[in-house]
Design a protein around this ligand. Sequence first.
Ligand code: NAP
Ligand code: ZN
Length: 333
Amino acid sequence: MNNYSYILDNPSLDFKKNIKKIEKILSNEILVKVDYCGICHSDLHMALNDWGMTTFPFVGGHEVVGKIVEIGDQVKDIKTGDVIGIGWQSKSCNSCEMCESDHDNLCSSSTQTIVGRDGGFANYIKVDSSYAFKIPEALKPELAAPLMCAGITVYSPLSKYAKKGMNIAIVGIGGLGHLAVLTAKAMGCNVTAISHSDSKKDFALSLGADNFINSSNGDDLAQAIGSFDFILSTVSSNIDWTAYINALKPLGCLCFVGISTETMNISNLQLVMGEKKLVGSAIGGKKKIAEMLNFMATNNVKPIIELFDITEIKKAFKKLENNELRFRAVLKF
Ligand code: NAP
Ligand code: ZN
C-alpha cells in the first residue's frame, strides 16, 4: 500500500508530495483512507517548530475523517468500511492514574498523531484503534473533521466550566473560537465574542453570539469589568491578559486552550482579590471525545469550513497564517 503524504519543508511552508510505503499494521492498529483533514493552528505551530518538538520531514494533520480499509486481528468494535475520526492523540498507556480516571489526554506516555510520526495530510494513515472514533451518521464527514481537534478542545472545558445562563466570553474567533461560540450557545450560555478587529463582527453575531467586543478598542474591554463567569481563550499568541482578568466576575475563571510559549505577565493581586482562577485545558480524553461527537450531532453544531483540495494545501496554510479563514480550512483528498 502506498501512502501519498504532503511533507513540509521548514521554514518556507513549502509542501511537496511524497510517496512512502506504509509499514504493516499491527494487531491493534487500523489503516484509514483519509477523505478529509482539517488544518489546526497547531499544525502551523508544528510546521514552524514553535514548540521545538517537530521532526522533519514533517507530515501534519490531526483532524482526520476517513474510512477504515484494513484492521489488525485484535481490533474490536470497529470494522472495515466504518467512517471514523482521528484527532491529536493516537495512543495512551491505558494503565496510569490519568488513563484510569478518563484523563487519558494527560497520559505522560501518550502518542500524538503528528509528533514523531506522520499525520493526516496523506492518503492513508495508520493508528491505534483505541483512538479511532465512529462518526455519527448525522455529521457530514467534512464537518466532522474539525471536531476531532477544535471541537473536543473547546467542548471539554465548556462542558466542565460553563453552565446554562452563565455569561461566557470566547477570545479569538478562529477555528477553535467559532466552534466555541456555537458550542456555548448550544449549552444555553450568554456568549460574548471577543476579537482583535471588527472584521469578524458580523460573522460572530451570525454564529449566535449575543455580544461582540473588539479588543483593540481598549475602552470596550475595560467597560466589561466584572462581566463574565467564564472566559475561554483560543488566542494563538501571548497578549496582555490584565483586562481579561478584570472582565471576570469574582470567582470567575479564565481558561486557556490557545497556546503561546511566551511567559504571561500577570499580577497575582488580580487573582487574590476576587478569588479568580486561571486554568489550562488540553484536547480531551476518549470518553469526552465520544460525548462531544454525540453532543455536536444531537445539537446540530456544525463548524463553518472552507474546503480546499489537498493540492491547495499551501494556499490553505497561508490563509490560516494570515488570519483570513472563515473559519476552519478542511482539505479534501
Ligand atoms: P486560528 O484559527 O488561527 O485562531 C486563533 C485566533 O486567535 C485568531 O483567529 C485570532 O482571532 C486570535 N489571534 C491570533 N493572533 C492574535 C493576536 N496577536 N492578538 C489577539 N488575537 C489573536 O487557530 P486555532 O486552530 O483556532 O488554534 C488556536 C490556538 O489553540 C493555537 O495556539 C493552537 O495551537 C491551540 N490549540 C490548542 C489545543 C489544546 O488542546 N489546548 C488544541 C488545538 C489547538 P481574532 O481575529 O478573532 O482576534
Ligand atoms: Zn489541533
